[in-house]
Design a protein around this ligand. Structure first.
Ligand SMILES: Nc1ncnc2c1ncn2[C@@H]1O[C@H](COP(=O)(O)OP(=O)(O)OP(=O)(O)O)[C@@H](O)[C@H]1O
Ligand SMILES: [Mg+2]
Length: 223
């Protein structure tokens, strides 16, 4: 198996303002190159936490996460930021677009961090938006779009720096059936093209499209 990510013995406790909450208690998981994995399980059992750790958005309290041969827990904050910018693309349930910017600008912003020249940025943004069926919406403001369109912009943005892995947290949780179908169609196509995908979902039908379903329950993983 050609694993691009390897999670070993990972624990995560949040030291919130009130009582500490243990979200993950000894997770082991490997993600194979080119695979399509769905994380499922009850609310509050650690799915988003695990996804965030995989993408270097947060750090484990214990255990190791190896991604593309590098140990995330050994990285400085700056190295982790570089890892996020170049290796992973995130898509969230609530889109997280910059509402006042245009659709094209939302995708270009992601490329600014990676240092691509401005001309290249607009060319690539146009290509990506075309590929998610939004070629005619590039100049629209993000807040003028439907939910399904917003999520397609978020996918284009996540792909901006050609990431090795796409991490999605309930990307269809706020979409109607038609928009959900469109988003899942795009993900299927990306998977066919060889992109590695890890997606959190509550929908059984959504999970059924994945190659592999991993259940997160009580902060542990059963495959
Ligand atoms: N930033 C945080 N600070 C404190 N506790 C947190 C934080 N994020 C998550 N938690 C807690 O960690 C546990 C796991 O949360 P997580 O968001 O990973 O669950 P989830 O499986 O994604 O749930 P859902 O399906 O509802 O999105 C929960 O008990 C939650 O309250
Ligand atoms: Mg969640």
């Amino acid at each position: 198996m050609n694993s691009i990510m390897k999670v070993q013995g990972v624990h995560k406790t949040y030291n919130g303002r009130s009582v500490p909450t243990t979200a993950l208690r000894g997770v082991n998981l490997e993600i194979e190159a080119g695979s399509f994995t769905c994380l499922v399980g009850p609310s509050g059992h650690g799915k988003s936490t695990l996804l965030h750790l995989l993408g270097g958005l947060d750090r484990p309290c214990e255990g190791s996460i190896e991604a593309f041969g590098q140990r995330l827990e050994h990285m400085s904050d700056a190295e982790l930021a570089r890892f996020r910018a170049h290796k992973v693309g995130f898509v969230f349930q609530f889109f997280n677009l910059l509402k006042g910017l245009t659709v094209a600008e939302n995708v270009e912003v992601a490329m600014m961090f990676a240092g691509l020249p401005a001309k290249e940025q607009s060319k690539r943004a146009a290509e990506l938006l075309e590929s998610v069926g939004l070629g005619d919406k590039m100049k629209a403001r993000a807040n003028e779009l439907s939910g399904g369109q917003m999520q397609r912009v978020a996918i284009a943005r996540a792909l901006a720096n050609d990431p090795d892995v796409l991490l999605l947290d309930e990307p269809t949780g706020n979409l109607d059936t038609v928009s959900e179908g469109e988003v899942l169609g795009i993900l299927d196509e990306l998977h066919r093209q060889g992109r590695t995908i890890v997606m959190v979902t509550h929908g059984a039908e959504v999970a059924a499209r994945a190659q592999r379903i991993v259940e997160v329950r009580d902060g542990r993983v059963s495959v």
